[in-house]
Design a protein around this ligand. Sequence first.
Ligand SMILES: O=P(O)(O)O[C@H]1O[C@H](CO)[C@@H](O)[C@H]1O
Length: 309
Amino acid sequence: MSFLGLLGGSAKSSVDLAELQRKNSQIQYDEIQKVTSSVLGKTELRPKLGIICGSGLGGLANEVKDSQVIPYAEIDGFPKCTVPGHAGNLVLGYLSGVPTVCMQGRLHFYEGHPAWLVTMPIRMMKLIGVETLIVTNASGGLNQDYNSGDIMVIKDHINLTGLTGQHPLVGPNDEKFGPRFPAMTTPYDPELRQLAQETAKELGFSGFMREGVYVKVSGPSYETPSESRLLRSIGADTVGMSTAPEVVVARHAGMKVLGFSMVTNVVILEQDSDKTPPTHQEVMDTANARAKDLQLLVKTIVGKLASTL
Ligand SMILES: O=P(O)(O)O[C@H]1O[C@H](CO)[C@@H](O)[C@H]1O
């Protein structure tokens, strides 16, 4: 089906989404503007903060007050969310007094969405007026000192799928979003990271707080022990199938980013281990069990930032 057709545009100027997917090409500024208009047409709110909820972490959206829930299915041109633990709603309202848009459910490459489509909502947020993004995810702990339920402030990432060709910025660059060759020296804002650690300490969370490097793989299979040892050896502390492409696109567009990786399983590094292999149910259950702490942490941080956002 024509993408502009989906957006109610004329057939003459339509862009074929399936054709764009085949070419691995970008949706251009105008098309994203139409997705944005579809959202803004449904709400009076003009969010300054964006949040992406990882697997089993959608409860964060329930912290948003005076909320308005817009299912992705009701937004023109918005792809479907197919993963359990990702509800598939935009939740708009106030978090600690800050106008916020929350993605209760993210898009993943392994669902069949190309990297540029996975990250399209970030550009939509940018056009809505969002300048600060908080990303959360569920992850496997590669660092064997980590425990299930630990919360890692992401200090850097390895966008493994990006490095090997599935990069969200591949395709014609639109300078209205950002430069052709964006630097990624500080993907995660140092001041926000410090604020996160200070706030965690105040809340008595130090015992399960970490700071480290997240590596993004494609999935959907979990890693073999040899793959996990490889990922650990290149400097990653946690592994997951999301987040890094979203952060690259946010940084390309000049947004500030804070990231949290919830360790939902400790990754098995030994061959023929008798440890229990990971399941998505375990991932969601562990995320749910620690979700309230992450919610309080994020809410408190946003409260401290409120006057600056
Ligand atoms: O990154 P999020 O979406 O939080 O979820 C993580 O959990 C799922 C696997 O259990 C994958 O989607 C992985 O990336």
